[in-house]
Design a binder for this molecule. Structure first.
Ligand code: LLP
Length: 427
């Protein structure tokens, strides 16, 4: 019923995630609720592992920062792509070994560099200017950092403009023609040891050809670096593989990605005479389809369209609002019923743009029904906010028929966290 998502089934009209009834879960724990299948998460890592047996897989932590899911990624042998010193902290707490953490970022402060140097993680340097700053900070701390250079490969990934990162016009990376000279400069600088190249061209990419184009450009740059005497021990081709959100828009698998880039990587490495490790940084394709977000129906309003107002809005799942993203909707307690009506599913936030799903054909809805938004595991909870006085929802892990809360729901006191009224105003 749900295509390749074997962890989701409909039984007696209810949606199950593995052996757990989503409607019963929503009733017991309340909504909104993020629910993740442990089995699916492990399967997704395995799919990458078999497609790329020789690569290092770094989970892009921005996609999902749940400590338990990160810990499972550690158990599965993954490293971590982090984008802030906060994510370094969480990565270490989850158990990622320091040598498998790559700290990316285009705007790192001196404090960020200091923390990364002290944590002993590798860094991806985003500009010539950052290189000089990092070298100074490393010297002051008497440390040496292994570094990669984030390259701007100028590739169009054919995705939503807000998540295209490898275009010449994007803020990320060093222009391709500056990389070899920057690498050479780094070889002479104290406190930094250049070990490789890094790129990431964008996210939710549904065609493998931009990855092949980027791989080729990266190998051209590697060749130029080697020509000026640079040593390349690792090449990180980033993340970005899309997933099938919409039943009508199939996505390539990790095996398809491997078929597109591995021959280029292998042949070109041989040609140039280098044998670097290949690193990939998948986020979405590891975690998106592991998770559903459950939301309760509060109101069915018959107006110029049928509105189904649920208890989760863009505070809980921001993607539809920000990127016009499609998340498939299943009625968790009417999973086998035929579609009868067309609904626009909206949240409780006081903005017109708070629409989670537009013009969806669904079974007739009523107050108390539970909607499941599929593929919510990537950039779902991690982008949630407390906007409009909405505490963030709980996250649970499902393993077989076992349910474990991995992050408890916030209550209203979370809205006050860290705040105090200056005492002079209390008189
Ligand atoms: N590596 C780097 C340097 C990245 O910037 C990203 C994502 C990834 C890896 C992982 O990409 P993935 O495999 O997940 O496509 N919030 C947006 C997506 C933003 C992606 C940012 N960078 C969304 O909800 O669609």
């Amino acid at each position: 019923m749900f295509g390749p998502k074997s962890h989701l089934t409909a039984r007696d009209d209810h949606l199950y995630i593995d052996e757990v009834d989503c409607f019963a879960l929503a009733r017991n724990l309340g909504t909104p609720l993020y629910v993740t299948s442990e089995r699916r998460l492990r399967e997704n890592v395995l799919a990458y592992r078999s497609a790329f047996p020789d690569a290092d897989l770094y989970f892009a932590m921005k996609a999902n920062g749940n400590l338990t899911l990160l810990h499972i990624a550690v158990q599965e042998g993954m490293g971590a792509d982090v984008f802030s010193s906060g994510e370094i902290f969480v990565a270490r707490m989850a158990g990622f070994p320091r040598e498998k953490i790559l700290y990316n970022g285009n705007s790192k402060s001196e404090k960020d560099h200091e923390m990364a140097l002290q944590a002993g993680v590798r860094m991806s340097v985003d500009s010539r200017e950052e290189l000089e700053d990092l070298s100074r900070t490393a010297q002051a701390l008497d440390r040496e950092a292994e570094i990669l250079f984030r390259v701007n490969p100028d590739v169009s990934p054919k995705t939503h403009p807000k998540i295209a990162t490898g275009l010449r016009s994007s803020k990320f990376g060093i222009p391709a023609d500056q990389v070899a000279a920057t690498y050479q400069r780094a070889e002479d600088l104290p406190g930094v040891l250049p070990v490789g190249l890094h790129c990431h061209i964008g996210s939710q990419i549904l065609d493998t050809s931009p990855f092949a184009e980027a791989a080729n450009k990266m190998m051209d740059i590697a060749e130029a670096v080697v020509k000026v005497g640079g040593k390349i021990k690792m090449i990180d081709l980033g993340g970005g593989l899309g997933i099938q959100y919409n039943p009508d828009a199939p996505a390539p698998s990790p095996a398809d990605l491997a078929a597109a880039i591995l021959p280029i990587f292998r042949d070109r490495c041989q040609e140039i005479g280098i044998s670097p490790r290949l690193i990939l940084e998948p986020g979405r394709s590891i975690v998106a389809d592991t998770t559903v977000m459950l939301a309760g129906v509060n109101v069915i309003k018959r107006a110029h369209v049928n509105f189904a107002a649920v208890d989760a809005g863009f505070n809980a799942l921001a993607r539809p609002m920000i990127y016009d993203s499609y998340h498939h909707v299943v009625v968790a307690n009417k999973a086998d019923q035929p579609a009868k009506e067309t609904y626009t599913v909206v949240g409780p936030i006081c903005e017109t743009g708070d629409v989670l799903a537009k013009d969806r054909r669904l079974p007739a809805l009523e107050r108390g029904d539970v909607l499941a938004f599929l593929d919510a595991g990537a950039y779902g909870f991690s982008m949630a906010s407390q906007y409009n006085g909405q505490p963030r929802p709980a996250e649970v892990l499902v393993s077989g028929d076992r349910v474990e809360v991995t992050r408890r729901a916030e209550d209203a006191s979370a809205l006050l966290a860290g705040q105090s009224i200056p005492s002079r105003l209390m008189w």
